[in-house]
Structure formats: structure tokens, C-alpha cells
Design a protein around this ligand. Structure first.
Ligand code: ISL
Ligand code: CA
Length: 548
């Protein structure tokens, strides 16, 4: 029997950039409530809220200073309760972000733990420096800086795998696990339906020995998917999560198919789904900041590999950490609409629960950054500074920011063509993308041929098709232009063909489809991303789905 979270589409909201209700330039919970009808209308069934907890915002809420309170910028606990209620009234489920690898350094646990005699000392990972005063080991952080910070108050270093305002919790300490269990209970009791679990496969640091020197993340072999983490996840599930009608999706970094299978294995009982990253790494050299030209073949091969590796994947092309998909895997200029629709077909026809990120449904694009003042993200600023130090030329530093900065995904939602794109009546916390006049929700709503309406149609199609919902995945053809695959359920196969290139190709959508399902005719074509597709359509950045 399928679970409810296998039959719905998840929509990720980045609250800071979704909808401002009071003119302070910052998206908020009342703003989200005011848009619930739009989301319901789109056809999504589950909303995932990026963090709205109290936070000094060193990493936009991924640095939590109080897990049981709402950041006043976003509203009050009463607003949050209202959001939960308003979602329930509309039959929408709500999940929250569980960020428990680290807290904010402003969390009262951490403040107290700076005192060597505090009962909270052991909540974090404190170590003396080496005899020469240097940090306890050679590990490097996710955010291009040292991952040990010296605290003069107690004369020791603390570990932070992200920014220095994000100290890692110590999962060797069972009290920390008890605290996390209480936090999970607190929110599930309020009526939410689960969690997206931030960097959840790195909780348990097995040892603090020096790591093998690497270009990025030296030391990671000591904490990626260690047995200690598996054991904690089993406890969270059996002791808390299993008592509720909820699900978890883990953000799992550097995960291999074997690790992924272990993390999602029903019998082991750890997580329900995971986000893997490999397809997001196929357009990079070594680290994400060095981009190479996107090619559909390695991308599709990776997607296909993970489709087959996991029983039920979490499928995504965008989130708040990734550049915009139409700018990255499509062509956001000449084939903007075509490629955004083609990506919609991809997202909504793979096996697994699809995760759609705010703005993806209207084809929002990357930002053309020209000044660091336009960028707020801590990671981008750290990397820019490091690149400068390493004498990487300025033109390349800008290339890095334009192609990779996480702020590409965080520009305010483009609701309409009015000032600030209808996001706020004040000054937006992060600049609105200049293209909001032509790329916005309101105009697309009124245009039957828009990306938004295509998403709506695709969601309806997926929801009404058992093969698209539950079918087994099988790749038929993967080239530098074409990605064609089938979804088979109880003897019924649906065939999907994408031309991911700017070029007409001999094996274009129509012909490949032709071979596999005896003709692309109006009878068996379920949907096409080109309106009125015919056998002669040239098919650049096209996608079609047909019944066999
Ligand atoms: O940005 C990234 C993806 O290319 C990663 O390095 C990212 O930092 C990593 O996936 C972890 O992300 C999560 O935890 C971070 C937070 O900054 C991200 O926003 C969050 O998604 C620390 O909490
Ligand atoms: Ca606001």
C-alpha cells in the first residue's frame, strides 16, 4: 500500500523570500497563509517550510537559537498555529526543517557550554588546541573556512562543520539525543506531518583524527553516514516518529547508493526518503564552484542510476542551495519556456516523491550578479574572499557567483509585474530578479501556454496515472541530447522522452517515441511540452509523454 507522502507533490517554501505581508521586506508566515489557495490550486499536497525558528540568521535560519520559538521576522507562534490550521483546512500537509547537526552559537545551550563546568559543556565538541596552539585536527568546513573556532572564554576550540556561528552538537552525548526527541515531539504534537532533516547523515562524529587531505571537506570520512548516525536515526524513528502519522526526508551529503539504501531500508527503520546529490554534481569539476558545461548524458545517467538504486527516491532539480534549474539544465534565454516545461516533465515523471521549489513552477532564473552587495549568502561571501586570496581572476570569481551562488535561488518570489514583483511593499531583503516584468506568477496564471499552467497540467496528469505515480523506472535511451525512459505499472507502460538540447536531433522526441510506442499520434500522446506537437516538430528542448 502506498503511503500518502508517496502520492503527493512537495512544494518547498523559503519563507524569507516567499511573500511579505507587512512591508518590512522579509517574507513571513502571514504571507505564506495568504498564498495557500494558490498552492492548493497548483496541485501540490505537502508544503516544506525552510526554517522559521528563532535565529540570528547567520545562515538564514539554518542556525537555530530556539527550536520552540518563531523568528519574530516571520511572525509569532500564533501565526504558525494558524498556518498549520489553514493548511489542514485545505487538505495540505506541512513539514518543517529539522536542523540538528548544529545550533546557533546564540542558542542558550552553547552560551552556557562556553563555561567548562556547565552541564551543557558536553552538548558541543570542545577540544584543546595542539601543543603548538593550532586547531585540534586538520578538518575543513563546508563553507570554505576552518572548522575549529578558538573560544578565549574557555581556552578551547569548538567544532563547526558549517559557519563559525553554527557549532556542531555532540552526538556522543545521549542527552543531546533526548533533546532532539523532545523537539520532534513538540512540533509533531502541534500537527505537522514530518521533517526534512538537514545534513542528517553527518550527526555522529566517529573520531576526531586528522582526515585524508582533500580539496574540500578534509576529515569527512570520520562523519559521513557512520554507524553511530544510523543508530541515532533508528532511535528517533522507533521512539518518536513511529508514534505519529508523519514522514522524514533526509538531506544526505556525499551519500553512495549503498548508504542511501541503508538509510531508507524499511526494516532498519531510519528515514523514509533521502535527497542524493550526484545528479547535481555532474556539471562540476571537483567542487561545485568550478562548473563545466552542462551535458545531459552524465546528468541523465546519474538520475537513472539513482532511480534504480533506491526503492523510493526523493526527486528534485532545485532547492534553496542550488542555482535555478532552467538556467542550469535548460536554456534560460532562447528556449526559456521550452526548457522549463521540459524540466517540469522530468521532475514529475521520475519515480519517487517530487519536490518542487518555489519559483521553479514559473521558470525563475539565476541572477546576473555584478556586485557582492547584491549577495547575502555567507557561503558565497566566504568563497569569494577565498578565491580572491587564491588570486583567482575577478572575471572568474563573478562567473562562480553567477553560476553557483545559493542566492540565485533565494531572490524573492515573482508574483506579479508591480514594483518588487508583488513580494513586498517595502525594500526587499535581497534584490528581486530584474526579469520579473516578464517572469511572474500573475501573468503566467492568465496565459494558457505558460510554464505555470503546464506544471498544473503535469501535476494533474501525474496524479491521474498509476504508471507515473507508482511505475518502475526503466531508461531506454541516454545520449547528449535525449533522455528517454519508461514507467511500468501492472502491464501498462508510459513512455517519456526528453530532448534536452538546443538542437534538432535525428533521434528527437517524435522519432524516438515512434520507435518505442508505434507512433506519436494524438491518440496516445498524453502531453507534450510543445503545444500542438506534430511528427514534424523540430523539438528543441521538448518533452512528450505517451501511452504504449
Ligand atoms: O550548498 C550546498 C549544496 O551544493 C552544500 O554545501 C550545503 O551546504 C549542504 O548541502 C548542506 O545544506 C544544508 O545545511 C546547511 C545550510 O546552509 C543549507 O542551506 C542546508 O540546505 C547548514 O545547515
Ligand atoms: Ca515581513
Amino acid at each position: 500500500m502506498a503511503k500518502w507522502w508517496q502520492e503527493q507533490i512537495v512544494y518547498q517554501i523559503y519563507p524569507r523570500s516567499f511573500q511579505d505581508s507587512n512591508g518590512d521586506g522579509i517574507g513571513d508566515i502571514p504571507g505564506i497563509i495568504s498564498r495557500l489557495d494558490e498552492l492548493k490550486n497548483l496541485g501540490v499536497g505537502i508544503l516544506w517550510l525552510s526554517p522559521v525558528y528563532s535565529s540570528p540568521n547567520a545562515d538564514n535560519g539554518y542556525d537555530i537559537s530556539d527550536y520552540r520559538n518563531i523568528n519574530p521576522e516571520y511572525g509569532t507562534m500564533a501565526d504558525m498555529d494558524e498556518l498549520i490550521l489553514q493548511c489542514r483546512r485545505r487538505g495540505l500537509r506541512l513539514i518543517m526543517d529539522l536542523v540538528v547537526n548544529h545550533t546557533s552559537d546564540e542558542h542558550k545551550w552553547f552560551q552556557s557550554s562556553r563555561d567548562k563546568d556547565s552541564p551543557y559543556r558536553n552538548y558541543y565538541i570542545w577540544r584543546p588546541g595542539r601543543p603548538d596552539g593550532s586547531p585540534p585536527n586538520n578538518w575543513t568546513s563546508f563553507f570554505a573556512e576552518d572548522c575549529w573556532e578558538y573560544d578565549p572564554k574557555s581556552g578551547e576550540y569548538y567544532l563547526h562543520l558549517f559557519a563559525k556561528k553554527q557549532p556542531d552538537l555532540n552526538y556522543q552525548n545521549p542527552e543531546v539525543i533526548e533533546e532532539v526527541k523532545e523537539i520532534i515531539r513538540f512540533w509533531l504534537d502541534k500537527g505537522i506531518s514530518g521533517f526534512r532533516c538537514d545534513v542528517i547523515n553527518i550527526l555522529f562524529k566517529e573520531s576526531l583524527k586528522d582526515g585524508k587531505k582533500k580539496l574540500a571537506l578534509t576529515g569527512s570520512e570520520h562523519y559521513i553516514s557512520r554507524e553511530g548516525t544510523h543508530a541515532i536515526l533508528r532511535r528517533l524513528k522507533s521512539e518518536v516518529l513511529n508514534n505519529y502519522d508523519c514522514f522524514t526526508v533526509g538531506e544526505t551529503v556525499f551519500v553512495t547508493p549503498k548508504m542511501g539504501r541503508e538509510l531508507c531500508d524499511k526494516a532498519r527503520g531510519e528515514l523514509d526518503m533521502i535527497f542524493s546529490f550526484e545528479h547535481m554534481e555532474t556539471d562540476q569539476l571537483f567542487v561545485k564552484w568550478f562548473k563545466k558545461k552542462f551535458r545531459s548524458r552524465p546528468f541523465a545517467l546519474s538520475l537513472a542510476k539513482w532511480q534504480n538504486a533506491l526503492e523510493w527516491p526523493a526527486v528534485y532539480l532545485e532547492n534553496h542551495d542550488q542555482p535555478r534549474s532552467v538556467s542550469r539544465f535548460g536554456n534560460d534565454q532562447k528556449y526559456w519556456k521550452e526548457s522549463a516545461k521540459m524540466l517540469a516533465v522530468l521532475l514529475l515523471t521520475l519515480r519517487g516523491t517530487p519536490f518542487l521549489y518555489q519559483g521553479e513552477e514559473i521558470g525563475m532564473t539565476n541572477f546576473d550578479y555584478t556586485s557582492m552587495d547584491e549577495i547575502q549568502d555567507v557561503e558565497s561571501h566566504n568563497v569569494y574572499a577565498l578565491a580572491k586570496k587564491l588570486h583567482i581572476p575577478s572575471w572568474y570569481r563573478w562567473r562562480m557567483m553567477r553560476l553557483v551562488s545559493r542566492d540565485n535561488a533565494r531572490t524573492p518570489m515573482q508574483w506579479d509585474a508591480s514594483e518588487n514583483a508583488g513580494f513586498t511593499s517595502g525594500k526587499p531583503w535581497l534584490a528581486v530578479n530584474h526579469n520579473f516584468i516578464s517572469v511572474n506568477y500573475q501573468d503566467e496564471k492568465n496565459d494558457p501556454d505558460s510554464i505555470l499552467n503546464f506544471y498544473r497540467e503535469m501535476i494533474l496528469l501525474r496524479q491521474s496515472s498509476s504508471p507515473l505515480k507508482f511505475g518502475k523506472f526503466k531508461a531506454f535511451c541516454i545520449t547528449d541530447k535525449i533522455f528517454a525512459y519508461g514507467r511500468k505499472y501492472k502491464g501498462q507502460t508510459v513512455f517519456i522522452c526528453l530532448n534536452m538540447s538546443d538542437r534538432y536531433t535525428d533521434a528527437d522526441i517524435c522519432r524516438v517515441t515512434d520507435k518505442r510506442c508505434s507512433g506519436l499520434s494524438s491518440q496516445n500522446l498524453l502531453i507534450s511540452s510543445y503545444s500542438g506537437v506534430t511528427e514534424t516538430t523540430e523539438g528543441r528542448h521538448t518533452a512528450g509523454i505517451c501511452r504504449t
